[in-house]
Design a protein around this ligand. Structure first.
Ligand SMILES: [Zn+2]
Length: 404
């Protein structure tokens, strides 16, 4: 596929999807030079095209019970769902500005998929010219077999991580300091803010791990800035690449109307089982609303969809082991109690395609523990405990490197 659209100007690929949504029509130019009208539908105030158009463009299209799959054999799988703006492109989750929907006997998908995501992720195959409302489309069947297994530079699709057995390079650790910028997180006594506690522990942890050349350490933020929840995991997935790595998100907990609750708990990505897990998940997902999405994670079909889509990647065994080690190490110094390993639908973990946990290092809403969380010595002890948990984890992970 590398030769299909080689001469085109890459800058055009960065076109704004907004321009497309105001366009009255979209023309499609095929590889053979033929020109057709995409049949853009504006019924719901945003531009869509019929799902059948993708079939016409050479994709294999199926729709069963609202789950839409478009695929190129043995290559790219894109999964969408009617009513949800979220979709999965191979292993990564993305968000459209609007959702696919069903109308009588046809399914309509946002035009943005063709004009924004296709050209960006498959630049060898698609080019969108916003000024002319023209999409140049290659033949996806040419993709099959032409791309190296790891994904060519122009391919865009990310290969799912596998457990390398003879890898001898660094272990990649992505440290995520929760909240930040306009999102302060939970608030504790005397103006203590969760975002500051999380960043202090994260910076300490990074400093400790960087002394060990076995580790390559990245941070989703190292200053007081806002990073959106979806982006955090995606950053992690990108920097890790094919290497063994983990994602750890650092937080402080709060139940403002239960000021006697204290202790530490560690979450991994799975369905919340208890009322408490649902409440903590809801709190940690709340910063999604800083993007203006207003997601209600307590009853959120989109998150269910993402969870279901990612379940087959199944890092949950390793994530729960990392969570267990984290709890054990915190217990060594933390006044506690050890509230245990928990599971929840945590947006920050959904895009981190690797073993990943979210640790609630204590309760800001507890007067004594809240003040403790702000103490530098306590933050350093917390970071030491997390570092030990990470070291223990990599003694076992990935499988095959256990006895190194
Ligand atoms: Zn938090």
């Amino acid at each position: 596929m590398r030769a299909v659209r080689q001469g085109w100007v890459a800058a055009l690929l960065l076109c704004a999807p907004a321009a497309a949504q105001q366009a009255p029509a979209l023309r499609i130019e095929r590889a053979d030079g033929s020109m057709t009208d995409a049949g853009v539908v504006f019924d719901r105030g945003y531009a869509t095209v019929q799902l059948a158009l993708l079939d016409d463009l050479g994709w294999s299209v199926t729709e069963v019970g609202g789950d839409i799959t478009i695929a190129v054999p043995n290559e790219i799988v894109v999964a969408l769902r009617i009513g949800s703006p979220f979709f999965r492109w191979d292993g990564l989750v993305f968000q459209l500005s609007d959702a696919p929907y069903r109308d009588a006997n046809r399914v309509l998908v946002p035009l943005q998929l063709l004009t924004d995501f296709f050209p960006t992720r498959l630049p060898d195959l698609y080019e969108y010219d916003g000024a002319r409302s023209l999409l140049r489309a290659g033949d996806p069947s040419l993709v099959g077999g032409a791309r190296p297994a790891g994904g060519g530079p122009g391919g865009g699709a990310v290969q799912l991580p596998t457990g390398p057995s003879t890898y001898d390079g660094p272990r990649v650790v992505i440290i995520d300091a929760g909240h930040g910028g306009a999102d302060p997180g939970a608030l504790g006594p005397r103006g203590i803010r969760e975002k500051d506690v999380a960043l202090a522990v994260a910076l300490d942890l990074a400093a400790i791990l960087r002394r060990n050349t076995d580790f390559e350490v990245h941070m989703t933020r190292d200053t007081d800035v806002f990073v959106d929840l979806w982006e955090r995991g995606e950053i992690a997935t990108k920097v890790k690449g094919e290497r063994p790595g983990l994602f750890i998100s650092i937080h402080g907990n709060s139940i403002p109307n239960q000021r006697t609750t204290r202790g530490f708990e560690t979450y991994f990505l799975s369905e919340a089982r208890t009322e408490h897990e649902r409440r903590v998940s809801a709190n940690e997902n709340a910063s999604l609303s800083y993007q203006g999405q207003g997601v209600d994670p307590e009853n959120e079909p989109d998150l269910d969809f993402i969870l279901r889509e990612l379940r087959n990647l199944d890092h949950s065994h390793w994530s729960s082991l990392l969570a267990e080690f984290t709890q054990q190490e915190l217990e060594e110094f933390h006044p506690g109690p050890n509230r245990g390993v928990k599971q929840g639908v945590l947006a920050v973990l959904t895009n981190a395609l690797m073993p990943s946990v979210l640790v609630e290092t204590g309760y800001l809403s507890h007067d004594e523990e809240g003040r403790l969380l702000a103490e530098r010595a306590f933050q350093r002890d917390t970071a030491q405990a997390l570092a030990r948990a990470i070291e223990r984890f990599f003694e076992r992970y990935p499988p095959g490197n256990g006895d190194r």
